[in-house]
Design a protein around this ligand. Structure first.
Ligand code: NAD
Length: 491
């Protein structure tokens, strides 16, 4: 066993993936216009399969199927829906190897992390909402007029779920599981770059007993997404993706007064105070920016370090980050895989070039890793940039960490809050009072103290400012897929 323990993880090999179809009304079908899109393995740059490319007519068929299936599914008891969702969790665990292989191939995720995080969390999400499916309830209210007054929670109808490329399994499950638990039907449009696990999940949900039409999957790009946003048969849009597309999606849904959940971009700060436990802090900082090759909305690509520790932290980080294993996602020892698509790699290259032009010092990394034609970039640390540099302000979405010193707690908070985003934030301190004090002042949907990316289906997450609104996970997400009805009966 290595220190990381990763060699103990069961190996999986690159799968052969059959061409994908759309999943509508419980049936596999071609796109009506016969469009197809290549799916690329980011670790080789080669086409591994193709999937159907849906357009507005396919989306219409999926929404129509959803509307038909919605009534009977909504009328089932929460307990019956809970049983079905629990079976999904069981099947995900049984078919873990398949899911790991497909998700790793499609996104370039290291198999060890994909198993421990993406697939394990997917099962947990279904398990968690299976439990909550039985807890939906209204309330009775006592009012001055002689009456029996009560509220009930009803499902919304058909939900349009649009997901990004970076965590396909987790982010689609975070929408589909609570939506189904509450009694809705769903039309899911996965990201065009990473659609494969959505098709496998459609198969798994059908195997678990989700009736035809309750979950429909339409693979495709902006055209299919746009059709979903605009379809009058859609009752809610649950969107995760960039702030730019999210803004457009919210505006479009807003015209039709459709409720939305907007999980958008992030650019979190990790603050290391002078009283931090440095060993733990370094591990957390590295996890915060290399996890998922930095393609992590809740990543922490901005490190703020107390000036007294600045040189020490930079030196330790440089050595540790240079030793992080980057390589083939199917090698169990790999910690950082390729970026999911070539355009993400060229974006990172552009930002590192800009950093150099602005006088930034590349402490480690700063270049591609030439390996098998894949989209690899070495984990990179950049010091010496001003706070208003675009490299600090923008969401780069790659394995790049900028490092800035601060002198006071106030300055740390100001720097941390100093971007348009507000998804996550974190701090390292051994002072309990400071932990609470600073957590309260950070503008973020979630704050982590002394570790990074502590996530669980029971803990709500979501953004403030330009990172969006609405929450996924927790009972909050379940409620967001319901509407409240009040009934007042005169006595
Ligand atoms: P993206 O915005 O490019 O795409 C997201 C989805 O929107 C994809 O399915 C895409 O096909 C679809 N889309 C594109 N144009 C559309 C249109 N006109 N109408 C409807 N749908 C359309 O995002 P991405 O590059 O896939 O993902 C990365 C972004 O997602 C980052 O900004 C990241 O921070 C964010 N993200 C946020 C969270 C969160 O929980 N807040 C989680 C993961 C990723």
């Amino acid at each position: 066993m290595t220190d990381s323990g990763l060699q103990d993880v069961p190996a999986v090999s690159r799968p052969h993936v059959e061409p994908g179809k759309l999943f509508i009304d419980g049936q596999w079908c071609e796109a009506h216009a016969k469009g197809r899109r290549d799916v690329i393995d980011p670790s080789t740059g080669k086409v591994v399969t193709t999937v159907a490319e849906a357009d507005a007519a396919d989306v219409d068929a999926a929404v129509t199927a959803g509307r038909r299936a919605f009534g009977p599914w909504a009328r089932m008891s929460g307990r019956e829906r809970a049983r079905v969702l629990h079976r999904v969790a069981d099947i995900v665990r049984r078919r873990e190897d398949e899911l790991v292989a497909v998700e790793s191939l499609d996104v370039g995720k290291p198999v060890s992390l994909c198993r421990a995080v993406d697939v394990a969390t997917t099962a947990e999400i279904y398990e968690y909402y299976s439990g909550l499916a039985q807890t939906l309830q209204g309330a009775t209210r006592q009012i001055p007029i002689p009456s029996h007054a009560y509220t009930s929670r009803e499902p919304l109808g058909v939900v349009g779920a649009i997901t990004p490329f970076n965590f396909p399994l987790i982010l689609s499950s975070a929408k589909i599981a609570p939506a189904l638990a509450a009694g809705n039907a769903v039309v899911h449009k996965p990201a065009e770059d990473t659609p494969l696990s959505a098709l496998l999940m459609a198969e798994i949900l059908a195997e678990a007993g989700v009736p035809g039409g309750v979950l429909n999957v339409v693979t495709g790009g902006a055209q299919a997404g746009e059709a979903l946003l605009r379809h009058p048969g859609i009752d809610k849009i649950a969107f995760t993706g960039s702030t730019e597309i999210g803004r457009h999606a919210a505006a479009t849904a807003g015209e039709a007064l459709k409720p939305v959940t907007m999980e958008l971009g992030g650019n979190a700060a990790q603050i290391v105070f002078e009283d931090a436990d440095l060993d733990k802090a370094i591990g957390s900082v590295i996890k915060g920016f290399v996890f998922n090759t930095g393609q992590f909305c809740m990543g922490g690509p901005r490190l703020l370090v107390h000036r007294s520790l600045y040189d020490t932290v930079l030196e330790i980080l440089a050595g540790a980050v240079a030793g992080v294993p980057v390589g083939d996602p199917f090698d169990p020892a790999t910690v950082v895989g390729p970026m999911a698509a070539e355009r993400h790699l060229t974006k990172v290259e552009r930002y590192v070039r800009l950093a150099r032009d602005q006088g930034g010092r590349v402490v480690t990394g700063g270049e591609r890793l030439e390996l098998g034609g894949g989209y690899y970039y070495r984990p990179t640390i950049i010091a010496g940039l001003d706070d208003d540099s675009r490299v600090v302000q923008d969401e780069i979405f790659g394995p790049v960490l900028t490092v800035q010193p601060f002198d006071t707690e106030d300055e740390a908070v100001e720097l941390a809050n100093g971007t348009p985003y507000g998804l996550a934030a974190g701090l390292q301190t051994t002072d309990l009072a400071r932990a609470h004090r600073v957590a309260a002042r950070l503008e973020a949907g979630i704050v982590w103290v002394n570790d990074w990316a502590m996530l669980d289906p029971a803990i709500p997450f979501g953004g403030v400012k330009q990172s969006g609104y609405g929450r996924e996970y927790g009972p909050e997400a379940l409620e967001s897929y319901t509407k409240v009805k009040s009934v007042v009966i005169a006595l």
